[in-house]
Design a protein around this ligand. Structure first.
Ligand SMILES: [Cu+2]
Length: 345
């Protein structure tokens, strides 16, 4: 299989180069409100002038992955040298959050996993190494009949490079760090080859739940020898063991992937600020998720549908910044992560 025609190989290499920057989360959408993420194209160069966002910051301007050798490093918690965002986004338990990625490389098949960790007193002031994460979502193999299989992140790609995660209804209100992660398995056939792409956002969860699920610290989520970390996707498989701790019993069993129409733009509330005006509107905006068939790569840009209650959104009511969501900021090509990313065919 190595003697592929050089033309198609060249094409593959070129397209790989185009997406070699891998990816990151550009924004999240909560009940129609758009909240920007950590813009690796500018925020790392702004020092204290970087805007207050709910996303955790990282100097990882090259979009590179973490590797199994990083599993015992604090980097695995929320990516390379990550620091907690000074902001948070309010969301009601039971609501869903749409997490928007830049274009995800097709070759990088693997699971999509989401965790929450309770932050006391808030996520901006915690010691990240003490955050205890419980798993609320983990989609691995969707269909293994067609090698190399369809995985969670293939559904993400089909869903406009976005992922819908539901905040469990039963968890106690409070501040939480959402740890959303893609694990690329294209080189995971041998130990050390998996690629982890964790992305974190601070949330303030409202509601009347009482559950405070047990979790594990980030540096104990995975081992380089875990079954789902060493895994050969280039063979017919009928199952895939999603790595990490077991799913929290109160997690949604299945979330139909959909995009979320953006009806307004919000700003993260600053930790410690007395007014949460920017996010208070989120709860009253309606969710307008539009189903995307998982069988086809529906990438229609006409996701926006009738959005009720837009008048109740108190925050900046600019039009949906679809250009922002669709055209990720170009990142400086400072990374050498191409070297660790062999797109095996
Ligand atoms: Cu890669």
């Amino acid at each position: 299989m190595r003697n592929i025609q050089s033309a198609s190989l060249l094409t593959a290499l070129l397209s790989a180069t185009k997406v070699a920057a891998h990816g990151h989360v550009t924004n999240i959408v909560v009940n129609g409100v758009y909240y920007e993420g950590w813009d690796i194209g500018s925020f790392p160069y702004m020092g204290d002038n970087a805007p207050t966002v709910a996303a955790w910051g990282t100097p990882n301007t090259g979009n590179g992955p973490l590797a199994p050798e990083d599993y015992s490093s604090p980097d695995i918690i929320c990516h390379q040298n990550a620091t907690a965002g000074n902001g948070y986004v309010e969301v009601a338990a039971g609501d869903s959050i749409n997490i928007q990625w830049t274009e995800w490389p097709e070759s990088h098949h693997g699971p999509v996993i989401d965790y929450l960790a309770r932050c006391e007193p808030n996520c901006a002031s915690v010691d990240k190494t003490e955050l205890e994460f419980f798993k609320i979502d983990g989609v691995g193999l969707v269909d293994g009949s067609d090698v190399p299989g369809t995985y969670g992140d293939d559904q993400l790609i089909a869903n406009n490079n976005s992922w819908l995660v539901q905040i469990p209804e039963g968890i106690a209100p409070g501040y939480y760090a959402l740890r959303h992660e893609l694990i690329a398995l294209h080189s995971a056939g041998e130990e050390g080859g998996a690629q982890n792409y964790p992305q974190c956002f601070n949330l303030k969860v409202t509601g009347s739940g009482t559950d405070k699920p047990a979790g594990v610290v980030g540096t104990e989520l995975y081992k380089s020898t875990d079954d789902g970390i060493i895994f050969n996707i280039y063979q017919e498989v009928s199952s895939y063991p999603v790595p990490g701790p077991t799913l929290y019993s109160g997690a949604a069993t299945s979330v139909k992937q959909a995009t979320s129409a953006i009806t307004s733009t919000g700003s993260a509330s600053a930790v410690g600020a007395t007014s949460a005006a920017a996010t208070s509107a989120a709860a009253s905006a309606s969710t307008t998720a539009v189903s995307v068939p998982t069988s086809s790569a529906a990438k229609s840009s006409s996701f926006a549908t009738s959005a009720a209650a837009t008048e109740s959104v108190a925050v900046t009511t600019t039009a949906a910044p679809s250009n922002k969501a669709a055209a990720p900021t170009q990142a400086p090509e400072t990374s050498d992560d191409d070297e660790v990313c062999e797109d095996e065919e």
